[in-house]
Design a binder for this molecule. Structure first.
Ligand SMILES: Cc1cc2nc3c(=O)[nH]c(=O)nc-3n(C[C@H](O)[C@H](O)[C@H](O)COP(=O)(O)OP(=O)(O)OC[C@H]3O[C@@H](n4cnc5c(N)ncnc54)[C@H](O)[C@@H]3O)c2cc1C
Ligand SMILES: NC(=O)c1ccc[n+]([C@@H]2O[C@H](COP(=O)([O-])OP(=O)(O)OC[C@H]3O[C@@H](n4cnc5c(N)ncnc54)[C@H](O)[C@@H]3O)[C@@H](O)[C@H]2O)c1
Length: 448
């Protein structure tokens, strides 16, 4: 097999496939290296399987609300094993299908890649040379320096273990903890979230987080912020989490403790020094074109890049951008300003743009409008338990600065705000655009 290629891609996830789509179209030769499942985290261990569990939580939520529509139903019982089987059935074909795509685009190598020189990597004894090499190796759970940290499971096990735990503790109150808490709590698992920072989801708008926190507590989830998790140990066949909070020492017993403390770039085993790639062990230093500052043959995209949010559409976007820059020269720089995202609690917290605090710190003159839509016709029809919005509009430019939505189909509505921001559609034009009625989208004009 030819071991010299135009482009070597390390990692077959969203970022790697983003690169391969563009460079294969341009007729370049590709070595595509993957050590685990083609498709990577999002379709195999992330977004897609997670959404199957979230869909079950939606169903349980609807059943909870059925009585408001005059429908009598008994207490539902989720069969966790069947849910995991359903998830496995839905995604099982993905690695082979994606491997097939990879094979159409280039030469596939299976195994762990590590650099041996500025333009070479080694995979299981095979040396592969690339004019350009793209690091698209994704992320992995943050290793925690807590005694007993090895007793924790990760989102991988949450998505694959067939036995539903009675009690779960999440160390960290970020996206993973919030999404799985809503599934577990509705399925009857007792959940505790221990977050180190004063706020759950620390990067998100504090009022939006307060709204989803209240809904999460309504489900019975125990949430502690400003917590120092001190130790995890075994206790009578179960797990004990010792933590400090509010000046006191506490403990909670659970069947499973989940690492929900963030994910770090997966680059520490790549032997970066052999390729003269400037890094600090986690962060590879790149320029505005996502190219290594010390080795111009090396590029970084997706979760392996520390500069941007760990989101699958961004991984694909960065991969495609890197491919463009390899083919046409370093022309493009990423623009993250109007990136929408959602936390798939039930209902979701959806957001695009700055938090109110960030806008204030930047000295922007913004009109801030918040709404509780539970009393609106749309919110009432669907008996929404939480329906909340905050929209920021720049008073001088009439441009949407950000939107934060909890419930009210925000995970879809957020894209209207994102499009308006990206394509500089004035906020007043967005307000004046007729939308099908009665829909949640038709409420957009009343949100700001
Ligand atoms: C539980 C969970 C839920 C998520 N939900 C969402 C969501 O709803 N929406 C969203 O936008 N994002 C979500 N994400 C984030 C999303 O999955 C990532 O942002 C995305 O998968 C990153 O793509 P990537 O290509 O950078 O990395 P990955 O998809 O992780 O791909 C990297 C690949 O590189 C391979 N690899 C690593 N090192 C080597 C090596 N040395 N040699 C060979 N191969 C190697 C790995 O095996 C892996 O397949 C979620 C993540 C998790 C964990
Ligand atoms: N819907 C989505 O788009 C989605 C879903 C799941 C995951 N993801 C991505 O995956 C990444 C990882 O998710 P995550 O939830 O693990 O990370 P996160 O960054 O969202 O949250 C991690 C949380 O853990 C806290 N923390 C860190 N160390 C701690 C400690 N020792 N004790 C207690 N708390 C601690 C942090 O303050 C933070 O709030 C996210 O960055 C996210 O972008 C996205």
């Amino acid at each position: 097999m030819n071991s010299k290629f135009d482009i070597v891609i390390i990692g077959g996830g969203n970022a790697g496939f983003g690169v391969s789509a563009v460079v294969s179209e341009a007729g370049k030769s590709i070595a595509f290296i993957e050590e685990r499942d083609f498709g990577g985290t999002c379709p195999n261990r992330g977004c897609t399987p997670k959404k199957v569990l979230v869909a079950a939580a939606h169903s349980l939520h609807e059943i909870e609300l059925a009585h408001t529509h005059g429908i009598d139903v008994g207490k539902p019982k989720l069969n966790w094993e069947k849910l995991i089987d359903r998830k496995d059935d839905m995604i099982g074909f993905i690695p082979d299908a994606m491997k097939g795509v990879a094979e159409k685009r280039g030469s596939v190598f299976r195994g762990h890649a590590r650099f041996t020189g500025p333009n070479t990597v080694e995979v299981d004894g095979t040396l592969i040379e690339g004019e350009n090499i793209v690091i698209a190796t994704g992320s992995k759970p943050r290793p925690l320096n807590i005694p007993g940290a090895g007793l924790m499971i990760t989102s991988d096990e949450v998505l694959s273990e067939k036995q539903q735990p009675d009690e779960v503790v999440f160390v960290g109150g970020g996206v993973i903890a919030m999404e799985f808490s809503h599934v577990y709590a509705r399925a009857g698992t007792k959940v505790t979230i221990l977050e180190a920072m004063p706020q759950l989801l620390p990067r998100m708008d504090e009022d939006a987080v307060a709204a989803i926190r209240a809904e999460t507590e309504r489900l019975g989830v125990t949430i502690k912020t400003d917590v120092n998790v001190r130790e995890i140990s075994t206790s009578g066949g179960r797990l004990k989490v010792a933590y400090s909070h509010d000046g006191g020492d506490h403990q909670v017993i659970a069947d499973r403790v989940v690492n929900g403390a963030g994910r770090v770039a997966n680059v520490d085993t790549l032997n970066l020094d052999a390729a003269n790639i400037s890094h600090d062990g986690v962060r590879i230093e790149v320029d505005e074109h996502l190219r290594s500052v010390s080795n111009p043959s090396v590029w970084v995209a997706g979760d392996a890049l520390v500069n941007s949010a760990q989101l699958s559409p961004l991984a694909t976007y960065e991969g495609r951008l890197v491919a463009h820059n390899i083919i046409h020269g370093p022309e493009k720089t990423p623009d993250y300003e109007a990136t929408p995202s959602a936390v798939y609690t039930v209902p979701a917290l959806s957001t695009v743009g700055l938090t109110e605090k960030q806008a204030t710190e930047m000295g922007l003159d913004v009109a801030v409008t918040t709404n509780d839509m539970t009393g609106w016709f749309s919110g009432k029809s669907y008996s929404e338990t939480v329906a909340w919005s905050k929209v920021l509009v720049d008073r001088k430019t009439d441009r949407v600065v950000s939107a934060h939505l909890v419930g009210h189909h925000g995970e879809d509505l957020i894209h209207l705000f994102s499009l308006a921001m990206k394509h500089a559609i004035p906020a007043s034009d967005l307000k004046d655009t007729p939308m099908a009625f009665p829909t949640f989208a038709s409420d957009v004009k009343n949100l700001f």
